[in-house]
Design a protein. Structure first.
Length: 327
């Protein structure tokens, strides 16, 4: 059992324009039954809705639990979450974003007990429900697993992003190294992408050790994509994000090589295929704005040969497919 005067777990929460979901999120944390002390560290990224008023009300009612930061201007999801993580005082950190919620009251205790018994892991994730609608009860299991899984650095080298991630961040629970680690060991978290940080977090964790994935369903993760929707996932689904994604992966490559001092040759394919797609799309369309996209990706990192190789590979594949059709 943990010392009751010590903060054993910090729950890191970010929010932006989430007044509709905040009470459900906060209540799902406050309902946790634990034999240790935990804090809820919340940072609102200058929401224009009533999120701030809701947070202030909760802090007034639970002053011993809630640590609140209210930003004077918007900094984006990645910097906002990084700021929260640096404030966390607990030995462990759990994460819950502004529109997700936990479904069981022993989520924290369950993960805390596991991590206390298993020093070989730097962190753990559980499984979650993906909520697909705001108006209907439509959900699916995030990862169809019956047995535990273990992720490590080599998994991050996989081409498809889902194969790199243990699970959604609303299930994450890991040892707190953010408080004391030098900035240069962690700044990829916010430098790689202004909004997408789950992949950077996974990379940082893998650089420190193995991550355990428990099949137990403990939370609900909203992955809602609606036509004309204003939430980030709806906008992301219809936007061309090859340039920003390629930049993120360029940052990850540099982190692997210069901070972790590890080989990431296999990972070059991720950025290379994005460049190849942008290059051949521009050749097909002939539009200047499409050409600018592949030029931007080309200039993002000095190491160019992966881009050349995968563009050549893509082109050869296209020629083969055309020849098969003719035959």
């Amino acid at each position: 059992m943990s010392d009751q005067n010590e903060i054993a777990v910090s729950v890191a929460v970010i929010t932006y324009n989430m007044q509709r979901y905040l009470p459900q999120l906060l209540d799902s944390i406050l309902m946790q039954k634990t034999d240790f002390r935990y804090e809820i560290v919340v940072d609102d990224d200058h929401s224009p809705d009533n999120s701030r008023e809701i947070l202030l009300d909760y802090q007034k009612r639970y002053p011993d639990k809630i640590v609140l930061s209210l930003r004077d201007y918007n900094v984006g999801g990645s910097r906002n979450m990084y700021g929260v993580l640096k404030q966390c005082k607990g030995r462990y950190i759990a994460i819950l974003e502004g529109d997700d919620w936990w479904e069981c009251d022993d989520k924290l205790q369950y993960q805390y007990d596991f991590m206390e018994k298993h020093s070989e892991y730097v962190g753990m994730y559980c499984n979650s429900w993906c909520e697909l609608s705001t108006t209907e009860s439509i959900q699916k299991v995030r990862r169809d697993i019956k047995e535990p899984m273990v992720f490590s650095y080599n998994d991050f080298l996989n081409y498809h992003f889902f194969d790199r991630l243990p699970n959604s961040t609303d299930t994450a629970f890991f040892r707190n190294f953010f408080q004391d680690s030098p900035e240069e060991e962690l700044d990829v978290f916010y430098k790689a992408h202004n909004m997408v940080w789950d992949q950077s977090l996974a990379l940082i964790l893998y650089g420190k050790g193995k991550v355990y994935v428990d099949p137990r369903l403990v939370s609900h993760h909203r992955t809602i994509v609606e036509k004309g929707g204003t939430n980030y996932q709806s906008r992301y689904a219809v936007e061309d994000h090859k340039v920003s994604d390629a930049y993120m992966y360029a940052c990850h490559e540099e982190y692997m090589e210069h901070v972790l001092k590890r080989n990431c040759r296999k990972f070059y394919k991720v950025r290379g295929m994005l460049f190849a797609e942008a290059f051949w799309s521009a050749k097909k369309s002939g539009k200047e704005e499409d050409k600018e996209k592949y030029r931007e990706i080309w200039n993002q990192r000095k190491k160019k040969w992966p881009l050349v190789w995968w563009t050549f590979y893509w082109g050869c594949g296209t020629i083969k497919r055309k020849m098969k059709k003719k035959l």
